[in-house]
Design a protein around this ligand. Structure first.
Ligand code: IPM
Ligand code: MN
Length: 371
């Protein structure tokens, strides 16, 4: 799916709450990369979530789905808020995410959690526990209990179905093993095979794929309850964590404690044809419109876009290094500032990252000239 060209079509879905603010930051970074690397971006901005419901009566329109299918990448801010909490279950803003994932067949969700050395003290976990952490959660995103049928509720009961087909497990397992090959070569398959049939099946298939194609990768199994505990007690043991939809949802929020805040975590949702990038944090309605949201989750998602969709690793790396640089110079949004002292606005952090990108870019070019 990687494309290498100079002009990209982006569908931009800012959404609700802090979504539009962090999207502004993400787009500023995108354009700055464009300026530095000679790339241009065609943007098509559309409504998603609660704001789409207010205007069109649905959380996402079919036109927006179709536009997304024509894009080189979709950027999403966040959806939801108290205003729409009382809507019928199947009309809630969150259904837009599920529809995008399903219709674009975005079956693999990558959620990296890394430690920024300067943020060691901001994590609720002890620094000696997290200092070596560099892990990525590979979450299956279009199957499992989120999508299984039958599902529903009535006066008497509510029900969902946890089902995984062989090919759904196989394709996500390949993604995770291939990622492990590029990283430390260690994969943990997280499930509940001691209780659930679907998990026992999951475990068997992952081992099948391992012995047929990836026996050079160190594979181990871990039950979800233990994995939740290990993520906070000994997270540096992990490299790639492969897991089903709902377990990945839970583990990725836990993993956020490692980076200091949910506001730091980026994500990529990838399929065979399409790609979507969004921060893991939600719409955070309580802080929306105040210019205090952490834009780093969104900006790091932009870095993932350059890496995974556009085959521009230099751009991705420049963004990542600039984020680190700004953190090391002491800039913090409120969520990553323990003492709530000297906090910076969303706009300020974004501008500092842009400043850093320019400085680092110039330094790199000087070095190249000298060589
Ligand atoms: C996430 C979110 C979504 C999910 C919700 C909002 C549908 O929590 O992306 O982690 O559960 O997948
Ligand atoms: Mn979640």
């Amino acid at each position: 799916m990687e494309i290498n060209k100079k002009k990209y079509n982006l569908v931009v879905l800012p959404g609700d709450g802090v979504g539009p603010e962090v999207m502004d930051s993400g787009l500023k970074i995108t354009h700055e990369i464009g300026r530095l690397f000679g790339l241009t971006f065609n943007l098509e901005t559309r409504l998603v979530g609660g704001c789409s419901y207010d205007k069109h009566g649905v959380a996402i329109t079919s036109e927006t789905i179709e536009a997304s299918k024509k894009s080189d990448a979709v950027l999403l801010g966040a959806v939801g808020g108290p205003k729409w909490d009382s809507l019928p279950h199947n009309e809630k803003p969150e259904t837009a995410l599920l529809r995008l994932r399903e219709d674009l067949a975005l079956f693999s969700n990558l959620r990296p959690a890394t430690v920024f050395p300067k943020l060691l003290k901001e994590s609720p976990l002890k620094d000696e526990i997290i200092k070596e952490v560099d892990l990525i959660i590979v979450r299956e995103l279009t199957g499992g209990i989120y999508f299984g049928i039958p599902k529903g509720y009535n006066e008497e009961k509510g029900w969902n179905t946890l089902i995984y087909k062989r090919e759904e497990i196989e394709r996500i397992a390949h993604i995770a093993f291939q990622l492990a090959e590029k990283r430390q070569g260690v994969l943990t398959s997280v499930h509940k095979a001691n209780v659930l049939d679907s998990s026992h099946f999951w475990k068997l298939i992952v081992h099948e794929i391992h012995s047929s194609s990836y026996s050079h990768i160190k594979l181990s199994d871990m039950y979800i309850d233990n994995a939740a505990m290990q993520l906070v007690s000994n997270p540096s043991q992990f490299d790639v964590i492969l897991t089903q939809n709902m377990f990945g949802d839970i583990l990725s929020d836990i993993a956020a404690t490692i980076s200091g805040s949910l506001g730091m975590l980026p994500s990529a949702s990838l399929g065979k044809e399409y790609a979507l990038y969004e921060p893991v944090h939600g719409s955070a309605p309580d802080i929306a419109g105040k210019d205090i949201a952490n834009p780093i989750g969104m900006i790091a998602s932009i870095a993932m876009m350059f890496n995974y969709s556009f085959n521009q690793p230099k751009a991705g790396e420049l963004i990542q290094r600039s984020i680190e640089d700004v953190l090391s110079r002491g800039y913090r949004t409120i969520d990553i500032s323990r003492q709530n002292e000297n906090t910076s606005t969303t706009t300020k952090i974004t501008n500092e990252i842009i400043e850093s990108m320019n400085q680092l870019y110039e330094i790199d070019n000087k070095k190249m000239e000298l060589n």
